[in-house]
Each structure stands twice: as C-alpha cells, then as structure tokens.
Design a protein. Structure first.
Length: 575
RNA sequence: CGGGGCGUGGCGCAGCCUGGUAGCGCACCUGCUUUGGGAGCAGGGAGUCGCAGGUUCAAAUCCUGCCGCCCCGACCA
C-alpha cells in the first residue's frame, strides 16, 4: 500500500483521555478512534492487526477440530429466560425491544444460542463430540469501561463451545482447547501464563485464564517458583493449617472491655495493646439477601469470591449499617461472633488461635479471651482469605510469586449447566437420554491486540511482533523528489508485493524525519531506508524496529533478504 | 450509583476568578526555500465556547438544570 493513499491519521500529541500505553499508542498510531464510552471504531491499521489475531485464532481452532459458525448478535429474551440468565445477568446485559414490543438483548456471550442450536440438531451420541466457534462482536454494558479496548463495552471475541457425551470426552475437549490456546498465544509472541481461575457467572466447575504478563494488567495472579501451580489471586488456594492440640486449661475467662469509640482493627490494637494477629475481624455480608458473619484474623483480608463459593450463593456484598445493627444489636465497629444473630463462617486463620479479641455486639465494648470451641458456634471453617506474599504454594509448599496480568483468554468446563436448563439431550449408546456435557472457550480479540502493544513498545511507539504486525515492511525513500531514490523504492515495492510480503511504500513528500517517526510509531518490524549516500554504492538499508540494528545490503539482494527475514520471524513464533 | 476532575476550530491547551474584539501550539490550504530523525519564512481557511434556561445594556466567563467524557471506588468471564 502506498502511504500517500492510506487512511492512517497518526498524531504527535497523546489524546488526553488515554491512560494506558496501548490505548495511547493505538490512538496515536491511527489504529483506533472512540465513538462513545467503551465503543470504538477500528481504522485500517488497527483492523489489520485485529485480522492477524483472528486468523491465528482461526487457524489453531480449525487445527484443533473446531468448526466456525456465525451466530446472531441480537437474541430473543426467551432463550435467556430458559437458561435463567435474563434475570441473573443484570445490567450488563443490554436489552432492547422491537416494534412488536418483544424483548431482545445484544449477546454478551452465546451459550444460549449455541445450546438451542445444538439441541435441535444433535440427537445421538454418533454426532458427538462437536466443537463450534465464532468470531463476533459482543456487547456488555460495563459499569465502567476503561483503558481503551482493554475493557470496552463492544468488543470482538472468539467464543467456542464443546459438546460431549461424558466427562471423559469433555476433559479431552477442554484439553484440546487448552493446548490450542497455548499455541495461539505463543504465536502472538506473548509472555503469558495459564492460571487456575474462578468460573464466575458463566458458571461451571473448572476453568483456566490465559494471562499476558503486564504491570498494567487488571488481574493479580500468583505462581509457584517450584511446581507448576499458577492461579488468579482471587482463586489462589491456601492450605488448611494443621490443628494443634489445645489445652483448654489455657483458655482465659471472657472479659468484656470498655472500648469507647474504638472500631477499626488498628484502633483496637492500639487501645488494648495487642497485635492484629490476636484480634478477630467480624464482617457481615449479605449473601442472596441473607446475612452471614465471616470471621478472619485481624491482619488478613477476606476474599469475597471464596466466601461466595463457600456459601454457594449467587451474589454477595458487604452488609449495610442497618443489617449490621440488626444482627449485632450494635452500631458498626463492634460486631463480634458471640451471640450474633446469623450464621458464622470462619477462615482457616482462626483454627489455631486462642484467647483472641472480638467485638462485643454492644456499642463501645470488645471482648477479650475468646476461644472458638467454647464461645463461638462456627458453621464452617474454610479458606476465605486473600493470599499474601508470606503464603506458600498450596500444592508443594514452595515459594509463591506475585504478578499482574491481562486476561486474554478463558477456558471453562460448563458441565450440564446449560444443557440441563435448556434441555439439550442426546440418545446414548445404551438407549438412555442424557444431557450433553459442555465447555466454553473465549478469546478477547481486541484485548489480545492491546495486550500485544502493552508488551511490545518503546519510547518511539509500537514494536509489533511479525505475526500481528499490520504490515511486515515499510519502504522509506528519504526524498521522494529524487528520481533515483523513488525509482528504486518503487521497484523494491513492486517486487516485495509480488512475493506476498505486506508492505507500505512511504511515497509521501515529507522530510525523512517525519517518515522515520511515523514508521517507528506504527511499529512496522522492518524498514527499508533508501537514501542517496548508500544508493551511490548500490546499497539500501534494512532497519529492525525491535533491535534498532541497521544493515546495508546491495539493492539486488534486498528482496530475498526481506522475504527470508519475514519468513524466519513468522516461523520462529510458530515454534 | 458514591467521590474527584474536565467539556473552547480536527488534536493538545490558555482565557473564566475580576462579564465587554475568542486566543496559542500542532494539524490543514497556497507560495518560496529546505530535504537522513516530527524544517523555516510569508499568506490563508476553519470555533453554535457541550446543551437548555436564567441574571445583565452585554455571558466562554456569573447562577440553575441537563448531557457527555476521564479518574478513584463499588461492580464485573
């Protein structure tokens, strides 16, 4: 493509509403423009990068035996009522009404549609397993879209769904997708990790997230330095500590202490001269509208996802002031487990604690000398806290590392959640009607491109890895008005295009500096610079965007060298 | 939804406090010079100052309401 004819509006100044580097660079490099909050237009350069990722995804999905379909974006509410998600999904689901007053939504995901399709078309085990996928625009009405296309409302996603006759088959399907995802993200050139994850509102039993390592990532994750354990922080398990035998004679007598206006753990510690490890925090949560008290050691934090899973509820939130006073008979700040009017669950951190301090359920009072077996009735002990740097690997006891990441892919085992709700059955070998076992597998396409930029940039702009680069090569004649330079440039351009190399010819009548800056900003991996000095010796220069290395090569060899370099790079990423 | 900030040519911003000719840089157009890391000079085009009310002789500026955007939080595959 000739630069002079391209729709490629690069800008020098960073638009003021961009926060993260990928967003800034996509705007500056003329890839992306915002239409409304969380809704973006892709310009040609951005869309080419998107298509590169899509095609890598497509190739690996096909290779893994999945077949591409294309499902509707607008979906009737009936399907969502069948699965139960019309009510469960909440405000993130963009709902609309047609002229006949029928309810629809714009698909935030496609479990309902695909399950409806498959249940009508598949009757026997002979037609299974199947894995169907699509690459399509989703809409999720995020409360707060941010970071450009990293978290937008409208976004492109590859979503795949597998259907199997039994658990063993579903395990194979899951494994195939897991392997395909590893290949996809390797080809994208990522430094990434697959981590164990919570399955969230999609539901199901088991899942992994694919995280691109980046300091700006929205997710925190942990991984073991010794074994293969890796998990999203919200999923990271903490092993149950050994219970040490207790000698009840060491139990102190309960003592109510007057603690005026002392509410937080810090205030309690200071007032009573104890450490946070000797104090219990009592947090009141509302779980599906039912109050529950969660106990945890004073220096630890509750992991709400773990609590939610432990209680098996759909929603969880910290209780409001009036709920607190209802169950504790006291204002906020003095909640304690003794005599509280709701269920009590406790984190493992309480297992070996004795003679601890708790709230008194009475304004301005705390209680010292509390012990679980004797004073408090606990429904369950469970792993409820957020992992810390001082924790060890739940599998091998090894040292745990923390990192941040961008979730670019997620694989789930869904089990029969949707096939049961929507009655997707098949007739098995033994003549019995059974529910299909499902899995679902997503990749955020736009987010993958953004993550790629997060990991590959420098002060001058984007540094594309070859497989995602919108173009492989840019040819920069230093002065387009010099006939010798422009003729050589045109010649090389034509030859490279013939060989299937994706190339930009910067034929603009601009100064060299402008062209160099733009070439760096848009991050094309290889640049061929054609200048008078080297051309006098029959040479042109090949510059690597990544290393900055410049190599002077004879004009007649440049074509072969470029083809070789491009192929090598693509092959290297394929692994 | 709570807290904070912002809306002025395409982009980045000043002007607002203290009401009175809309301004700067970049980008754009024309011409000349220049041509290996975002050139120089000269000339030029482009703005309902987010929207709607109100106060005033007079509103970008003061007041009220609304809308949009960004950040933090709650929330969330």
């Amino acid at each position: 493509m000739r630069y002079s004819e391209m729709f490629l509006p690069t800008v020098k100044e960073t638009p003021s509403d961009a926060e993260v580097v990928s967003h800034k660079l996509m705007l500056r490099a003329g890839m992306l423009r915002k239409l409304a909050g969380g809704i973006y237009s892709y310009l040609p350069l951005g869309y080419r990068a998107i298509r590169k990722v899509e095609n890598i995804v497509r190739e690996e999905m096909n290779r893994a035996g999945a077949q591409e379909v294309f499902l509707p974006a607008v979906q009737p509410s009936e399907l969502w009522k069948e699965s139960g998600r019309w009510n469960m999904y909440g405000k993130e689901l963009l709902r609309l009404r047609d002229r006949h007053n029928r309810d629809y939504c714009i698909g935030p995901t496609h479990e309902e549609v695909i399950t409806a399709l498959v249940r009508d078309e598949i009757q026997t085990y002979r037609q299974l397993p199947r894995n169907l996928y699509q690459i399509q625009t989703k809409f999720r009405d995020e409360i707060r879209p941010r970071f450009g296309i990293m978290r937008s409302r409208e976004f492109g996603m590859k979503d795949a769904y597998s259907f199997d006759v039994d658990e063993t088959g579903a395990e194979v399907s899951y494994r195939k997708m897991f392997d395909a995802y590893n290949k996809i993200f390797r080809r994208c050139g990522f430094n990434f990790r697959a981590v164990e994850a919570d399955s969230g509102s999609i539901g199901g039993s088991y899942s992994h997230e694919f995280m691109v390592i980046a300091a700006t990532g929205e997710d925190a994750m942990v991984f073991c330095s010794a074994c293969k354990y890796a998990a999203n922080l919200e999923k990271a398990e903490i092993a149950r500590p050994e219970k040490v035998a207790v000698d009840e004679s060491e139990f102190a007598t309960l003592e109510e202490v007057y603690t005026p206006d002392v509410r937080t753990i810090e205030e309690v510690c200071e007032f009573l001269d104890v450490s946070p490890q000797e104090v219990i925090k009592t947090l009141i949560f509302l779980c599906d509208d039912k109050p529950v008290a969660a106990l945890i050691r004073g220096d630890e934090e509750i992991n709400e996802i773990k609590l939610k899973n432990c209680l098996g509820c759909d929603s969880i939130e910290l209780a409001t002031e009036d709920i607190i006073s209802e169950v504790t008979q006291s204002p906020r700040g003095f909640a304690g487990p003794i005599g509280i009017k709701c269920d009590v669950v406790a984190d493992y951190s309480l297992i070996n604690m004795k003679n601890f301090v708790v709230g008194g359920n009475k304004e301005n009072y705390h209680i010292k000398g509390c012990n679980t077996g004797r004073d408090v009735k606990i429904r369950d002990f469970a792993d409820l806290r957020i992992m810390k740097e001082t924790d060890t690997c739940p599998r091998c006891g090894g040292e745990i590392n923390f990192a941040r990441g961008i979730e670019v892919g997620h694989v789930f085992k869904l089990g029969t959640k949707y096939s049961k709700a929507m009655n997707a059955t098949f007739l098995d070998k033994d003549g019995a009607e059974k529910h299909m076992i499902m899995g679902c597998y997503g990749i955020g396409i736009g987010r993958t491109v953004a993550a790629c930029i997060e990991q590959n940039n420098d002060k001058d702009g984007i540094v594309w890895p070859m497989p995602i680069a919108p173009y492989h090569v840019i040819i920069t004649p230093v002065n387009i008005n010099d006939e010798g330079l422009s003729k050589t440039a045109e010649d090389i351009y034509r030859k490279l295009e013939e060989k299937g190399i994706e190339v930009i010819l910067d034929d603009r009548d601009e100064r060299a500096g402008v062209k160099f800056k733009d070439a760096d900003l848009i991050g094309i991996p290889l640049r061929i610079t054609i200048g008078a000095r080297s051309l006098a010796e029959g040479k042109v220069e090949i510059k690597s965007r990544k290393s900055g290395e410049i190599e002077a090569v004879p004009v007649e060899k440049v074509e072969d060298l470029i083809c070789q370099r491009v192929r090598e790079e693509l092959k290297r990423h394929r692994g």
